[in-house]
Design a protein around this ligand. Sequence first.
Ligand SMILES: [Zn+2]
Ligand SMILES: [Zn+2]
Length: 374
Amino acid sequence: MRTAGRAQKARAALVRTSGGPFLIEDIEVASPRDDEVLVRMVGTGVCHTDIVFRDGAFPMPMPVVLGHEGAGIVEAVGAKVNRVKPGDHVVLSFNSCHTCTNCLKSEPAYCYNFYPYNVAGSRASDGSSALSKGPEMLHGEFFGQSSFATYAMAHEANTVPIAHDLPLEIMGPLGCGVQTGAGATINSLKMKPGDSLAVFGGGGVGLSAMLGALAVGAGPVIVVEPNRARGVLALELGAAHVVNPTETPDVLARIKELSGGGVTYAVDTTGIPAVIGVAVEVLLHNGMLGLLGVPPPEATLPANLLSMLMRGVGVKYIVEGDSDPQEFIPRLAALYKAGKFPFDRLIKKFPFEKINEAARASETGEVIKPVLIF
Ligand SMILES: [Zn+2]
Ligand SMILES: [Zn+2]
């Protein structure tokens, strides 16, 4: 454990220019403020959102340290932190203000201050940063953590303690991508045994949605995915059927045929309007479609309202799987430990230094969920 007041030296993957590579450099991390938690990283997942922000699809001040699926060991805590102490094993999740109406209702994923607390690149309180390199301020606070670094500064609110007997280095994705998918089917759609599901897009979020449904005894699950390797994995993990849209002339008809007329629920992780149009139509009466994908900025909902009325179906954008991370991450970890939620099958490990390789493998779809190991 380090003494308070001294900056911690760290190695971080910096993005200095929009679309540029991750550059590994030496940085300093300040000692934690009252509500802050300094964490020594053990493993961090690479999520599509990191790549979106690296490439400037959303504005982000630079240089910045991204990374938002961190897992590690608490090194030091601020004066007012009670939830965790040095030595605790933790998963870092998204941050929230804990004071707005939705946070007070335990709906932190819909925090009114979600953007300043997660993607502004600096502390929501005063625009400062815990990260620097000599005289240069580095932007951080990405999802309240910036965990592409050997040490990350998180907050009490988004630091979730987990049991010491879990494999810490692979637990980071529970903080975002896995929680987003599994939370959609477990928390948002509240799937139960007997409910069927169609998953559009068999990446990390889509397959986590399937694993969540299967973990609570729901099914059958049909996965629509063009990548053959992902289709094979989906079947191994419990999908009843995989539909390859590049080889299937009428995906809607095929899903109806496989499901005997339609499914209770569907989730879309693609954000592609034409796909969403099919997803609305596969639903049975009183069905619900959960939207999880990032759409093009100009996209609108391509659904026929009368068709929706006739079946009484709904469509809802779901953020972070409606999760309260403090409750949901330990629950997913317990399901994993019980052998009911094998999300580790989605993961491939990369040494931290190979972060650019890991990001490329995620972009090409070759790896579903890269995790950087420190
Ligand atoms: Zn809030
Ligand atoms: Zn994410």
